[in-house]
Design a protein around this ligand. Structure first.
Ligand SMILES: Cc1cc2nc3c(=O)[nH]c(=O)nc-3n(C[C@H](O)[C@H](O)[C@H](O)COP(=O)(O)OP(=O)(O)OC[C@H]3O[C@@H](n4cnc5c(N)ncnc54)[C@H](O)[C@@H]3O)c2cc1C
Length: 384
């Protein structure tokens, strides 16, 4: 890399790093963006086929607002790069009577003027006959929500940023010495040195390797399995637009309709076992497949014999409660940590980027929930 000193160096070209770099560039700064394996590569959390974007977050107003704001920016990106990276499939929340999530969402979505509609089990059955309403007491419909084509979207964003002047490199950055008060540069595994005024570490599940003492106890990467099943026919009632994205909250199972003929996606949102993003086995388990098929048989009976077309193993990078970490390093004054997507971060990429830009270039107030030291060292998830 050249001897130039950048205003900012962003390490990690997943969703969080790519949007952060993009926002800083658009604000007029010189930016280097580095990734060890390339933007949205297959082991990164952002490298999956699809990610749901929904505004409903229970009683959580902050993530509802961020999701709403981010949706507009994803759509603007799609227009700018002329790619279909967002599918407006709608989002269906399925819930039981004892579950407070839907009543809480109704209040917040109404307050923030987000389009939504409550459905009774009868209305659910009429509108979505391919979904069995067994054990569903209430449902909520978000018509403007949908699905982002994750890998494609991040790679398109990085290409767009490169065209606009970002300096993008494939390079593995070595851990900086955490005893330094200030970084003049970072060093790559190839021996190159990159100088910048400020360094933003958006390294996903690799953050604990970069700052082991600080983040080893605060970020918990977990193994998550995803299954794609082939519906009986192309353009079926399991494909968008007939089938929406969905989340069954009490069961913590979610899915994405068949988009671009890739198959009907289903996954369990409960945290899996601890996972190493470099060495963890990426073959799905027989147990996981059995759980997914049992859920299909109950909720989508017409898919009970659908052939498995693909499976993936990816990692969540969870914080103790599911809130992101967006904060300055406590010792290194010009290093910032951006991560802890916790299985729900993708949709928020644009809002995360804008937040980091404001944090570093203005006197914007910071959100205590994103503070590093607000994160516990034991897991107790509260964001869904
Ligand atoms: C199965 C699954 C389903 C999900 N579903 C949803 C969903 O429906 N909706 C939603 O909003 N979110 C969802 N998420 C969460 C979302 O995908 C993540 O929160 C988000 O992608 C995290 O992005 P990131 O940029 O922080 O991390 P990553 O995408 O992992 O990017 C980190 C990058 O840093 C790079 N890096 C690491 N170390 C170094 C180094 N030393 N030098 C250089 N580069 C380095 C890596 O190579 C990687 O590319 C899901 C996640 C999974 C796994």
């Amino acid at each position: 890399m050249t001897r130039k000193t950048f205003d900012f160096a962003v390490i990690g070209a997943g969703c969080f790093g790519a949007w952060t770099a993009h926002e800083l560039l658009r604000a007029g700064h010189s930016v280097a963006l580095l990734d060890a394996y390339g933007a949205a590569h297959s082991r990164s959390s952002s490298g999956g086929e699809s990610r749901i974007i929904r505004m409903g977050y229970g009683a959580d107003e902050l993530y509802t607002r961020w999701s709403f704001e981010s949706l507009a920016k994803w759509q603007a990106l799609a227009e700018r790069v002329s790619r279909r990276i967002f599918h407006r499939t709608g989002m269906l929340w399925l819930s039981g009577r004892q579950d407070a999530l839907v009543p809480q969402m109704l209040q917040i979505l109404a307050r923030l003027d987000v389009a939504h509609e409550q459905l009774t089990p009868q209305e659910l059955g009429q509108r979505f006959p391919q979904i069995s309403p067994v054990e569903i007491e209430c449902a909520l419909w978000e018509p403007d929500a949908g699905v982002l084509m994750a890998r494609e979207a991040v790679q398109a964003l990085v290409a767009d940023s490169v065209a606009a002047g970002i300096d993008y490199r494939i390079a593995q950055v070595l851990s900086p010495d955490p005893k330094q008060r200030r970084l003049a540069s970072i060093v790559t595994s190839a021996g190159d040195s990159i100088s910048a005024g400020c360094f933003i570490f958006a390294c996903g599940a690799w953050l604990p390797q970069i700052f082991p003492d600080l983040l080893g106890p605060r970020i918990f990467p977990t193994r998550q399995e995803v299954f794609f099943f082939s519906p009986p026919q192309i353009g079926s009632s399991f494909a968008a637009p007939a089938m929406p994205a969905w989340y069954h909250h009490p069961a913590m199972v979610y899915g994405v309709p068949d988009i671009e003929n890739r198959g009907f996606k289903i996954s369990v949102d409960k945290h899996g076992p601890a996972f190493d993003p470099d060495t963890g086995l990426r073959a799905a388990s027989a147990d996981g497949l059995e759980i997914a098929r049992a859920y299909l048989m109950q909720r989508f009976p017409k898919l009970k014999n659908a052939p498995l077309s693909e499976s993936r193993v990816c990692q969540y990078e969870n914080t103790s409660n599911g809130d992101f970490i967006i904060d300055r390093h406590p010792q290194i004054e010009n290093a910032v940590i951006v991560g802890g997507g916790s299985g729900h971060g993708f949709k928020h990429g644009p809002a995360v980027g804008a937040y980091v830009r404001a944090l570093l270039t203005s006197d914007a107030t910071t959100e205590p929930r994103f503070a590093l030291l607000s994160k516990d060292t034991t897991q107790a998830r509260s964001v869904f």
